[in-house]
Design a protein around this ligand. Structure first.
Ligand SMILES: Nc1ncnc2c1ncn2[C@@H]1O[C@H](COP(=O)(O)OP(=O)(O)OP(=O)(O)O)[C@@H](O)[C@H]1O
Ligand SMILES: [Mg+2]
Length: 291
């Protein structure tokens, strides 16, 4: 009798899980830093690829208005960006490019500034069109360095923020400034931290510890340790070859670290906690860029 009850309960539970599963859900990650050159683009590109290798449909957006780099790392030679779509009517399909492992890539360019000036209807059409194209599970936004209007917008837009720093004191101080802004404007209650270019696990832990303790004392934002990436010459080598390091040197130290970060981020518990349907996503976007 007890066994039967147990079986029945499990059956109901599994039906519940299936019922609640919505393939239209998308999770958005915004990759930010205080100081420039700490490894955001390298992480964004290689995270996107690692997640695609785990079966996710990934859209990578280059949201660095000043310079675009992700395209170079991916070896994509793109012709049109968001600006061309919004300004010159280039078809949305033509600004989405295919990268390795089936990831899709879009460059925001000056179009990100233009978004703010659009009326609601056009914004809605854009976001819906973008999502219709790929049926994406994950969107990764590679931001420019520092605190700007755009990066703050994308911190709000995203479900999760991945803050990248190196152990250098200047990078750590600048990372703290980003945390301070996030805390002050109450943009997020938790931020994921990745310490890049570490020479040892100890150095990574020390860097995480510094930020964690300072934030705990002075800010209202929690810092989650999402992992470390070793300083690895294979990263530079891969960049020179215009191939993401996880593909060019899958056995390298840095690739192993990045794959681990990707799988911990995609960990079921963390992943399903905070996602949006397409409709919610449209609204989320409008809240920031809408007038
Ligand atoms: N783990 C690593 N090991 C060794 N070198 C690295 C590592 N990560 C990044 N680099 C080096 O740092 C440089 C800057 O990386 P990247 O372009 O990803 O930084 P970024 O934060 O996106 O810079 P920006 O702020 O200009 O957008 C790369 O060209 C690469 O040479
Ligand atoms: Mg960059």
């Amino acid at each position: 009798m007890n066994d039967q009850a147990e079986i029945l309960r499990k059956l109901v539970e599994s039906k519940e899980i299936r019922k609640n599963y919505n393939p239209g859900l998308i999770k958005i990650y915004s990759v930010v830093s205080g100081k420039g050159g700490v490894g955001k683009t390298n992480l964004s590109v290689n995270l996107a690829i690692s997640m695609a290798q785990s079966g996710k449909k990934v859209l990578l957006m280059d949201a660095d208005i000043g310079m675009t780099n992700a395209d170079i790392l991916l070896g994509i030679n793109y012709k049109y960006d968001l600006f061309d779509h919004l300004e010159s009517g280039v078809d949305l399909k033509e600004i989405i490019y295919e990268g390795p492992e089936g990831i899709k890539f879009v460059s925001g360019g000056a179009g990100l500034l233009k978004m703010e000036t659009l009326n609601e209807e056009t914004q809605k059409k854009f976001i819906q069109g973008l999502l219709d194209i790929g049926g994406f599970d994950v969107m990764i936004i590679d931001n420019g360095a520092g605190i700007s209007r755009e990066s703050l917008s994308f911190i709000t837009f995203a479900h999760e923020v991945i803050l990248v720093t190196t152990p250098e004191p200047t990078a750590v101080t600048d990372a703290y400034r980003v945390l301070k802004a996030i805390s002050f404007y109450q943009l997020k209650s938790t931020v994921k931290l990745v310490v890049n270019k570490v020479s040892s696990i100890d150095v990574g832990e020390e860097t995480y510890g510094k930020l964690y303790n300072t934030a705990k004392s002075f800010l209202t934002v929690d810092i989650e340790n999402s992992g470390y990436i070793f300083d690895d010459s294979r990263v530079e080598k891969a960049i020179m070859e215009q191939e993401p390091v996880v593909l060019a040197y899958p056995g390298s130290l840095a690739s192993g670290n990045i794959k681990l970060i990707a799988s911990s981020i995609l960990d079921q518990k963390n992943y399903t906690g905070n996602v949006s349907t397409l409709k919610q996503l449209g609204n989320r976007f409008l809240k920031i860029f809408g007038s």
